[in-house]
Design a protein around this ligand. Structure first.
Ligand SMILES: Cc1cc2nc3c(=O)[nH]c(=O)nc-3n(C[C@H](O)[C@H](O)[C@H](O)COP(=O)(O)OP(=O)(O)OC[C@H]3O[C@@H](n4cnc5c(N)ncnc54)[C@H](O)[C@@H]3O)c2cc1C
Length: 408
C-alpha cells in the first residue's frame, strides 16, 4: 500500500500563520514555531533546516488544502506554545487523510507508483546518481533516472539498528510500521552518504504495552491527564516526549494510565477509534473507573478534584502544565494503560536546505535528494508532535521541486 508511518499519524501537522489558525482566532508566528522546535530538540537541531520548516509550514498547509486536504481543526501537541497541529474537522486522524489526498492527486496526474518493489541499490558514481535497482517477487530491474528522491522513512522498526545506536532500547516495542527498517544505510552505502544524530531515537510515552498501539498526544492536548497505579499525577503531561517517557518509567510497573472524561472524548473524534477497538477502560464515575483499574478510589478522586481546581484557577501548582483546556468532570470516565515505545528516529541523512543529499566529504551528490524521516537534523534530540508531517510535506515539496528542476 502507499504510505508508511504517515498512514499511522493521527494527532496533527504543525504550521504557523495558517488560515485555519486565523479562522479559530489563534495567534502564532514563524519565530515561535522555530523557537518551540529548537527548544524541543535540545537546541542540537540544524537551525537552517528548522528555519525552512517554520517559514514554509503555512504554505505547505495551504498547498495541501489546495489539492483537497481538510486541515481546518487545530489542536495542541506537547512542546508547542500555541495550538498549531492541523487535522481534519472534528480532530479526525490526519496521516491517513494526507496519504489519500496525495495518492488521489498522483493518480489524477497519472504518476506511476510501483508497490511491492524494494529499492536495493542506488546507481551512479562520484559525478551523481543515475537511477536505482529494484527487487520484486518476479525479479530485479533497473530504473534509469537523472534525479532520485529518497523518502524511505526511519528505522524505528529495526530494533537491532536502533540498539546499535542506543543499547538501552534493545528489545523495546515500536509504534512504527514494519517497513521502517532504515534500508537506506544498505542501498546508499556505495555513495558514502553522511548521517547525523543517529543515536537520537524518540520513545512515545502513550503506547499500549499490550499491542504497541499508540494513543495520540492530541488526547493529552485536549485535556487528558496521566496517573500512576497509586492514582496520582506524576508529570506535566504536555512536557516533551523524552521527559514524559522517563517519568513514566519511574512509576510502579513502568507504565501509567492516560485518563480523561466524556468531554475530552467528544472533543477529538480520533478517540472514537480507540473506543470502538475496545481499548478504553470505562467507569460511570471516577470511583467506578478506579475500581475497574485497580487503583485506590479515594486517591483518584482527590487527584481529579485537585486537577480540576487547577483548571479553574488557571495554574497547575503541582507540575506547571500551562495548557489545561477543560476540567475532567463529565462522566463516563475513561482510561488506558500506556508506556513508552520506540516512535521516531530523529537521525538520518544529512541534507541541505534544498533537500540535497551530502556525502562524508561534505559534497552535494548531483541528482540525489531526500525528505522525511530518512533525513536528520530537523528535530534535534526530540521531535515535537506534529513536526514530522510538517517535515515530510515541506521538505518533500522542496525535494520534488529541486528534482524536477534538475532534470530539465
Ligand atoms: C503511530 C504513529 C503516529 C504518528 N503521529 C504523528 C502525528 O500526529 N504528527 C506528526 O507530525 N507525526 C506523526 N508521526 C510521525 C510521522 O508519521 C512519520 O515521521 C512520517 O509519517 C514519516 O514519513 P515518511 O514519508 O518519511 O516515511 P513513511 O511514511 O514511513 O514512508 C516511507 C515509505 O518508504 C517505503 N520504503 C522503505 N524502504 C524502502 C525501500 N528500500 N524500497 C522501497 N520503498 C521503501 C516504506 O515501506 C514506506 O511506504 C507518527 C508516527 C507513528 C508511527
Amino acid at each position: 500500500m502507499v504510505g508508511g508511518n504517515t498512514k499511522y499519524a493521527t494527532g496533527g501537522l504543525n504550521a504557523a500563520g495558517t488560515t485555519s489558525q486565523a479562522d479559530l482566532g489563534i495567534e502564532d508566528s514563524i519565530d515561535i514555531f522555530y523557537e518551540d522546535t529548537m527548544v524541543g530538540g535540545g537546541n542540537i537541531n540544524n537551525p537552517e533546516l528548522v528555519r525552512v520548516l517554520a517559514e514554509n509550514g503555512a504554505g505547505t498547509v495551504e498547498w495541501l488544502k489546495g489539492i483537497g486536504a481538510d486541515l481546518s481543526d487545530v489542536g495542541r501537541m506537547a512542546g508547542a506554545s500555541v495550538n498549531r497541529s492541523h487535522r481534519p474537522t472534528g480532530g479526525a486522524p490526519v496521516g491517513n487523510h494526507i496519504v489519500d489526498v496525495l495518492y488521489a492527486k498522483a493518480q489524477e496526474m497519472e504518476i506511476e507508483i510501483l508497490l511491492e518493489s524494494e529499492v536495493i541499490a542506488l546507481l551512479g558514481d562520484a559525478t551523481g546518481v543515475t537511477g536505482v535497482t529494484v527487487q520484486t517477487n518476479s525479479g530485479n530491474f533497473q530504473i534509469d533516472a537523472k534525479a532520485v528522491i529518497i523518502a524511505t522513512g526511519g528505522f524505528g522498526a529495526n530494533n537491532d539498528l536502533v540498539a546499535s545506536y542506543d543499547p538501552a532500547l534493545k528489545g523495546y516495542g515500536t509504534t512504527n510500521h514494519p517497513g521502517a527498517t532504515g534500508d537506506v544505510i544498505a542501498f546508499g552505502a556505495a555513495f558514502d552518504l553522511a548521517y547525523v544524530d543517529m543515536k537520537e531515537v524518540q520513545t512515545h510515552p502513550t503506547v499500549m504495552p499490550s499491542n504497541n498501539y499508540m494513543i495520540t498526544e492530541a488526547v493529552r492536548g485536549n485535556g487528558a491527564i496521566l496517573v500512576n497505579r497509586e492514582g496520582l499525577r506524576f508529570v506535566n503531561e504536555l512536557e516533551t516526549r523524552a521527559v514524559v517517557s522517563d517519568a513514566q518509567l519511574a512509576q510502579t510497573g513502568a507504565s501509567g494510565f492516560l485518563l480523561f472524561d466524556q468531554s475530552v472524548r467528544e472533543s477529538l473524534s480520533a478517540i472514537e477509534g480507540y473506543y470502538n477497538k475496545g481499548f478504553l477502560v470505562e467507569g460511570e464515575t471516577v470511583e467506578a473507573l478506579a475500581a475497574n483499574l485497580g487503583v485506590d478510589p479515594t486517591a483518584l478522586v482527590q487527584t481529579i478534584e485537585t486537577y480540576n481546581g487547577y483548571v479553574t484557577g488557571g495554574v497547575d501548582e503541582a507540575f506547571g502544565r500551562e495548557d489545561m483546556p477543560r476540567a475532567l468532570s463529565v462522566g463516563p470516565y475513561y482510561a488506558v494503560e500506556v508506556a513508552p515505545a520506540i516512535h521516531h528516529t530523529m537521525g538520518g541523512l544529512v541534507i541541505t536546505t534544498q533537500a540535497e543529499v551530502v556525502n562524508n566529504s561534505g559534497d552535494v551528490i548531483k541528482g540525489l535528494y531526500a525528505a522525511g524521516e530518512v533525513t536528520g537534523g530537523v528535530h534535534g534530540n526530540n521531535r515535537l508532535g506534529g513536526n514530522a508531517l510538517a517535515d515530510i510535506t515541506t521538505f518533500g515539496r522542496i525535494a520534488g521541486e529541486m528534482a524536477a528542476e534538475s532534470v530539465k
